[in-house]
Design a protein around this ligand. Structure first.
Ligand SMILES: *Cc1c(COP(=O)(O)O)cnc(C)c1O
Length: 377
C-alpha cells in the first residue's frame, strides 16, 4: 500500500464535511469521472469491491438462470462466483500457455446455445487477447465483461483494458495497482448499461422509494472516493515503478535455467501487478510446493484450476442445487470430468513475486539470488 499525507488530508476533509456517502457528497462522483477519463470510457460506476463490480456487471446484462458464461479457471474465485451470484453457470475454458489468459480457441469450443457472455481476466497486469475474443463475441452475439481487477492501466491493442468489453470491472483492494482499501469500479461506453449498473448498485432505486429492479447496496463510501482520487493521480508513477521492478526481475532471470520470466504478448503494454515466474520442475528438480517452501517470499498464484475447488466439484451454491439444477438450464454439468491440459500444467509451475513500489532493490536482488542458487543446486 502506498498511502501518504495527501490521502490523509483528503480523508480528513471528507470527515469534517460530515458527508460520508455518495448520496450526499461529491468525492465518489468526481472519482468516477476521473477514472472514466483515465480508462478512456464514457462511464465509470464506483462500488464497494471488485466482486460487487462483477456481480453487478453480469446482472446488468440480464444474465441469469439457464445462461452460461465462459471464464478462465486460472483466476481469483470472484471471476466465477459472480456468475453463480446471478444464478448462471460458469463454463471454464483453457488458458494460453504463454500469457496465462483465456485461450480464444478454447473459448470457441465452449460456446453453446446457452452462452451469453465471456469474462476475460487480465492476469497480474498482462492483458488477455481482447481482439480475438471480441471477434468471437461479435460473431456469436455474446457480451464481453473484462475482469481487469489485477490490471489497472494495462493496454491491449493501444486501448486500456476495461475499455474494450461491454463492461469492465476493477478492484481497489490493497494488492491491486491502486487502492481505496476495499473498492471497485465498473466501466462502460454504453449509456443504458451504465444506468442499469447505477440502479443495481443502489437497491434498483432511481428515486426515493421507487424500486425498479432487484438491487443491492454496493455503494462506495466518500472516504474511499477521496482516497481513490489521490491514488489515481499517482497511478502512472506506481505503474512505472512496478514495471521497472518487473523488468529488473525478468532481465536477471533470463539466464537462470529452470526459471522462466513472464511473457508479454505483442498486443499488450503491461501494467505489472505481480511478476509471474514459471518453474521447470524437471530442470530445477523441485515441484511447485517444494519451490514455494524453500522460497517463502514467492506466492502460490493459484494452486489449482477453479473447477477443482470444492464449490465446483460438489456444486455448492444455492439450496436445492441451483443454479445447476435450475429447470431453465436442463443440462448436466460435471466439473469433476473437466480436463483442461494447459491450466492443469500451468498451476503446477507458476509462482508470483511482489513488485509493488515498497519492494526495495535489496529484496529484488535477494529474490534473484535465491532463484539462481536453487537453479544451481
Ligand atoms: C481482486 C480480484 C477480484 C475481486 O476484487 P475484490 O475487490 O477483492 O472483491 C476479482 N477478480 C480478480 C481477478 C481479482 O484479482
Amino acid at each position: 500500500m502506498n498511502l501518504s499525507d495527501e490521502e490523509e488530508q483528503e480523508v480528513l476533509k471528507v470527515m469534517r464535511s460530515q458527508m460520508l456517502t455518495l448520496l450526499h457528497g461529491e468525492y465518489v462522483k468526481k472519482f468516477e469521472e476521473e477514472f472514466a477519463h483515465y480508462i478512456g470510457v464514457k462511464h465509470a460506476i464506483a462500488v464497494n469491491t471488485g466482486t460487487a463490480a462483477l456481480h453487478i456487471a453480469i446482472a446488468a446484462l440480464d444474465i441469469g438462470p439457464g445462461d452460461e458464461v465462459i471464464v478462465p479457471p486460472f483466476t481469483f474465485i470472484a471471476s466465477a462466483s459472480s456468475i453463480l451470484h446471478n444464478n448462471a453457470i460458469p463454463i471454464f475454458a483453457d488458458i494460453d500457455d504463454k500469457s496465462y489468459t483465456l485461450d480464444p480457441n478454447s473459448v470457441r469450443e465452449k460456446i453453446t446455445d446457452k452462452t451469453k457472455a465471456i469474462i476475460p481476466v487480465h492476469l497480474a497486469g498482462i492483458g488477455a487477447d481482447t481482439k480475438a475474443l471480441t471477434e468471437i463475441a461479435e460473431k456469436k452475439g455474446l457480451f464481453i465483461i473484462e475482469d481487469a481487477a489485477q490490471s489497472i492501466g494495462t493496454k491491449c491493442y493501444n486501448k486500456k483494458v476495461g475499455a474494450m468489453g461491454h463492461l469492465g470491472c476493477f478492484s481497489f483492494y490493497p494488492s491491486k495497482n491502486m487502492t481505496t482499501g476495499e473498492g471497485g469500479m465498473i466501466t462502460t461506453n454504453d449509456d443504458l448499461l451504465a444506468e442499469q449498473c447505477r440502479l443495481i448498485r443502489h437497491h434498483g432505486e432511481p428515486e426515493w422509494y421507487v424500486y425498479n429492479r432487484l438491487g443491492y447496496n454496493y455503494r462506495m463510501t466518500e472516504i474511499q472516493g477521496a482516497i481513490g482520487r489521490v491514488q489515481l493521480k499517482k497511478i502512472n508513477d506506481f505503474i512505472e515503478v512496478r514495471n521497472q521492478n518487473a523488468q529488473y526481475l525478468t532481465k536477471a532471470t533470463l539466464d537462470i535455467p529452470g526459471i522462466e520470466p513472464p511473457f508479454v504478448p505483442d498486443y499488450c503494454e503491461p501494467a505489472f501487478n505481480y511478476w509471474i515466474g514459471r518453474i521447470n520442475p524437471d530442470i530445477l528438480g523441485l515441484t511447485k510446493p517444494q519451490f514455494l517452501k524453500v522460497f517463502p517470499r514467492s506466492k502460490v498464484l493459484y494452486p489449482k484450476p477453479l473447477y477443482e475447488t470444492k464449490i465446483f466439484q460438489e456444486k455448492i451454491a444455492y439450496s436445492k442445487g441451483c443454479p445447476w439444477s435450475c429447470p431453465y438450464y436442463g443440462k448436466k454439468i460435471d466439473y469433476t470430468k473437466i480436463k483442461l491440459p494447459v491450466v492443469e500444467k500451468v498451476t503446477q509451475e507458476i509462482f508470483a513475486l511482489d513488485i509493488h513500489p515498497k519492494v526495495t532493490k535489496e529484496i529484488l536482488d535477494e529474490n534473484i539470488e535465491i532463484m539462481r542458487n536453487l537453479s544451481k543446486e
